[in-house]
Design a protein around this ligand. Structure first.
Ligand code: Z5A
Ligand code: MG
Length: 215
């Protein structure tokens, strides 16, 4: 049996990541895959509650301290995520370490310093970057409610995201309709899973989880 695939949705604010994650999970389940949704920040943990207080402006924190909390929030999820991937469960993940680096670097921290705490996390098998101009994001529901939802910062964040782009990234135009984005994502995911299953039948070598984020 092939291990589960780690499918990440990253992207600009209000680009529809959470909408697409939910649709993707539902469509994969309908097709008979075992799949779970993960979301970062995970606001349900103790660390996640500190992050939530910061994002909703009820708490002030040094830029480095909040960066490390976002990273710790990923590390605390790592054992459970690895176990699920090993059990053949696919993970659809709503934001991850690329958001961590993009936001903190956009605030002025050093890029390499920002990557370091996330070094060695599990690396996604497939990353979608949902790209949306800030002028479009501003027209969408809820923009401006949280700390980082300001135009200049969002534009710097997008620039850093694009610097982090690697081979397993697929750039998606998030100006498109919800349904056409969904069709594109589902097609790519189905292809990725099919290739992994075929490889698992043919190859003897281990299909190890990739524990080399930012390495
Ligand atoms: N952050 C960080 O600094 N460091 C880290 O390590 C991590 C995160 C992991 C909270 O994240 C903040 O944390 C975030 C980055 C920072 N700060 N900012 N800015 P979050 O993930 O909890 O943020 P969120 O509140 O979920 O917002 P979001 O992710 O930006 O939105 P989204 O998930 O991309 O979009 P959505 O909720 O699916 O849709 C937004 C609206 O647009 C909604 O009204 C939809 O109906 C509408 N929508 C969606 N798709 C479309 C299309 N295709 N057309 C038109 N309208 C659409
Ligand atoms: Mg979201």
């Amino acid at each position: 049996m092939a291990r589960g695939r780690f499918i990440l949705l990253e992207g600009c604010d209000r680009a529809g990541k959470s909408t697409q994650c939910e649709m993707l999970v539902a469509a994969m389940k309908e097709r008979g895959h075992s799949v779970e949704l993960c979301k970062f920040p995970d606001r349900t943990t103790t660390i996640g509650q500190m992050i939530h207080a910061y994002l909703t402006n009820t708490r002030e924190l040094d830029d480095r301290a909040i960066h490390l909390l976002f990273s710790a929030n990923r590390w605390e999820a790592m054992q459970a995520m690895k176990r699920k991937l090993q059990q053949g469960i696919h993970l659809v993940v709503d934001r991850y370490a690329y958001s961590g680096v993009a936001f903190s670097t956009a605030k002025g921290l050093d890029l390499t310093w920002c990557k370091n705490p996330d070094r060695g996390l599990v690396r996604p098998d497939l990353t979608f970057f949902l790209d949306l101009p800030t002028s479009e994001a501003e027209k969408r529901g809820g923009f401006g409610e949280e700390r980082y939802e300001k135009r200049e910062l969002q534009e710097r964040v997008r620039d850093v995201f694009l610097q982090l782009k690697s081979n397993e990234w697929v750039i998606v135009d998030a100006c498109k309709s919800v349904q056409s984005m969904h069709n594109e994502l589902l097609r790519e995911v189905e292809h990725k899973i099919r290739v992994a299953e075929e490889d698992a039948k043919l190859a003897d070598d281990e299909d190890d989880i990739l524990e080399d984020m930012f390495m």
